[in-house]
Design a protein around this ligand. Structure first.
Ligand SMILES: Nc1ncnc2c1ncn2[C@@H]1O[C@H](COP(=O)(O)OP(=O)(O)OP(=O)(O)O)[C@@H](O)[C@H]1O
Ligand SMILES: [Mg+2]
Length: 254
């Protein structure tokens, strides 16, 4: 289904430097409702930094971030922006490469923590919500296990359930399968594919070209802190317009 035109999360002319190193150079990226934007590009091209700016984890030093058309980072950066950022931060879900589960807490406790603390859910309600989500990611039987006893793929699926428990408006994934063996990748990608088909708005930084082509609604190719090319995935993978994208994709050919 084509993405609707409602804008969820927008980065406008995002710039970021670390010292004298310009890592993002006026990057524009819009996530519309139901979009699955897959961001690809070489190491160091700025993918994680862009994602972190949109997640309000890193402050851009140029440009601005809008959530539901409200400025939440950059711009005048006054108190109203800070207040708007606080109000929407928990609506932006994150899934990291290394899962980042709390190791001293059971799977269930990992999933119910933020809904109780941040959303103010009653414990019973949070548990009921968590049970539905653990079933969805195929891990009902692991609810009382600790993360250290789970495979990487299982941990990542818990991390996805944990993010979903907040009922986010958008989910941002940073190389969610890069730390996993191929067979474990598949189970995580299957969960992500299901989310996409249910209409979740997603940005996925990934090296999974098959996923980007089949599941993505749009692919964005970055290099040197800029978006070099973006487009409809099938057209992009069949015939990238730029030499840089062609060279990048050539590495993934068997
Ligand atoms: N906190 C930081 N301090 C200094 N430099 C940073 C910081 N974070 C990122 N960088 C630099 O910014 C550039 C872009 O990094 P970023 O992590 O966004 O790239 P990436 O595209 O996600 O790469 P990868 O595919 O390796 O994850 C890199 O040169 C990196 O070394
Ligand atoms: Mg990265």
């Amino acid at each position: 289904m084509a993405a609707s035109t409602r804008r969820v999360l927008v980065g406008q002319e995002i710039g970021k430097a670390f010292g004298s190193h310009r890592v993002l150079d006026a990057v524009d990226l819009t996530l519309h409702q139901r979009d699955v934007v897959c961001v690809i590009g070489p190491s160091g091209s700025g993918k994680t930094t862009l994602l972190r700016c949109l997640a309000l984890l890193t402050a851009p030093d140029q440009g601005r971030v809008l959530m539901h058309d409200q400025v939440v980072a950059g711009g005048k950066a006054d108190r109203s922006v800070a207040r708007a950022a606080r109000a929407v931060r928990s609506d932006i879900g994150m899934v990291f490469q290394h899962f980042n589960l709390w190791p001293h807490m059971s799977v269930l406790a990992n999933v119910i923590e933020a809904p109780i603390r941040v959303r103010g859910l009653m414990r019973d309600e949070a548990v009921a919500r968590a049970e539905v989500l653990l079933a969805k990611v195929g891990l009902s039987d692991k609810r009382d296990a600790y993360p250290g006893r789970l495979s990487g793929g299982q941990q990542q699926r818990v991390a996805i359930a944990r993010a979903l428990a907040m009922r986010p408006a958008v989910l941002l994934f940073d190389e969610p399968t890069s730390a996993l063996d191929p067979e474990l990748r598949r189970e995580v990608l299957a969960v992500m594919r299901d989310l996409a088909s249910e209409g979740m708005t997603m940005m996925v930084v990934t090296h999974e070209m098959g996923f980007a082509e089949k599941v993505g609604s749009r692919v964005v190719f970055m290099d040197g802190g800029r978006i070099i090319e973006e487009g409809e995935p099938k057209a992009f993978f069949a015939a990238p317009c730029t030499d840089r994208a062609r060279r990048f994709l050539a590495q993934f050919e068997d």
